[in-house]
Design a protein around this ligand. Structure first.
Ligand SMILES: [Ca+2]
Length: 158
């Protein structure tokens, strides 16, 4: 048996497919990964400027300031990973100028180790997120990476 749709149903189905395609076209993305190479050039109490691009879709992370500014409201995942060397590391993730999470790694000479952290943050348009180190505990060494991306953008079901 072959199903034959009436012209009205065919038009309705075509309209729905067209609507879904247009809606899908509105789903934008936001994602970045940047490295850090300003060894010991860090000034206390300001965003760490991860300035070497690996990926930056949407341009929401500014390597000149180290600040991610939300363009697409939704749920975001942020993570960092770094070597720790020569001094302790006390690092915090700052959301809208308030500490969101903090991580600590004690340096024990002559070892060199690694620190990492990750979290989810629901963001509104214009919200800011960045990483910052405490004075005297800026043990972030080379090969440091800061990554963030939208896990889910509000109003986008994809
Ligand atoms: Ca350690």
């Amino acid at each position: 048996m072959v199903f034959r749709a009436s012209p009205k149903i065919t038009l309705l189905l075509a309209s729905l497919l067209c609507f879904q395609t247009v809606s899908a076209g509105h789903c934008q993305h936001s994602a970045f990964t940047y490295r850090f190479n300003e060894l010991r050039n860090y000034q206390c109490c300001q965003p760490i400027r991860f300035n070497i691009p690996i990926y930056n879709e949407g341009g929401d992370y500014n390597p000149g300031t180290g600040v991610f500014t939300c363009r697409l409201p939704g749920l975001y995942y942020f993570t960092f990973q770094t070597q720790v060397y020569n001094m302790d590391l006390y690092i915090k993730m700052v959301h809208n100028r308030h500490t969101y999470l903090e991580w600590f790694d004690r340096y024990i000479a002559p070892d060199e180790d690694n620190a990492s952290g990750a979290t989810l943050i629901p963001l509104q348009r214009g919200d800011t997120v960045y990483l910052e180190m405490h004075q005297g505990k800026n043990g972030m060494w080379g090969n440091a990476i800061f990554t963030g991306f939208a896990l889910h953008v509000d109003g986008c079901d994809q």
